[in-house]
Design a protein around this ligand. Sequence first.
Ligand SMILES: [Zn+2]
Length: 303
Amino acid sequence: MITPLKRYEFSHTIKNLTKMRAAFVCSNPSCRLMTIGPSDVDDEKFLYNGKIAHIYPASVGGPRDLSGITPEQRMHQDNALFLCGSCADLIDKNNGIDFPVSRLKKWKANHMGWVTKNLNKQLSGDAGIVINVKDSQVVGTQHNYYTNDVVSQADSIDKTTFLKLDEIADEEKLMGIFRSLKDYHRIWSSQEDILDAVIEYLKQTRNKFLAEEIALATSKFLIELEELTKIITSYFDSWPYTQHGPDYKSELMPKVRHWTGFKADSEEKQQCEEISAKLIELDKTIIPAYQTFRMAVKRRLYV
Ligand SMILES: [Zn+2]
């Protein structure tokens, strides 16, 4: 018979101390859920979704275990991290490889600093509390909402990025470019410059995003954009070649399209049709990728 490994749990005193020192707010800096609040239906009840997680595991061989950790260290207050239920589950996935001890210790130290900084202050402005919607066990922002004027530190970085990107190309501008490429197989040089600037910008900023949801959406959108510009560079050309002015129009294989009236049964025509089909396919993926990216940023900004 296998004897279950002994778990070194925290005492009630340490559990209480940990949640109060954390102000009942999840210590994951990109989460920061408020984990306690009144029940909507019963005046004598409250909802609580907090957990006291172990940085080094409660038992031998658990997530992030190291040899040489003593039972006293496992049960010590220094080893207790206050998290919401979802984040507590998340950090132990894959036996904790995604959330090493160093990272969790940093969360704890930073969270203590954040609580101290906000002690005796009104929770408004940049305090960054996210109110948990009851029953939600999902990490992320989809099931949370932000109080009207509250933007966390993480969000202010996303906000700067988003606003800057909107200056380069807002939704209308980008969708206009995608549409023109798909329907008319043409792009203006000023629009090409916009696509290049967006790519350059996303490349520079994607590592600064604090929310994993946004980082993921950014890299997906970036892949699609790079694919699109590869097609433009390889198969689009300006026509007629005497176009004047700083903004000139490029088209998909203009020689084939214009000189043959697109009737000739040539190899070039076939290639042209293939690329056109490719653009239509790409349009089906680039727009959702862009919308996911945009929604991810918007959700965190409450805009
Ligand atoms: Zn959390």
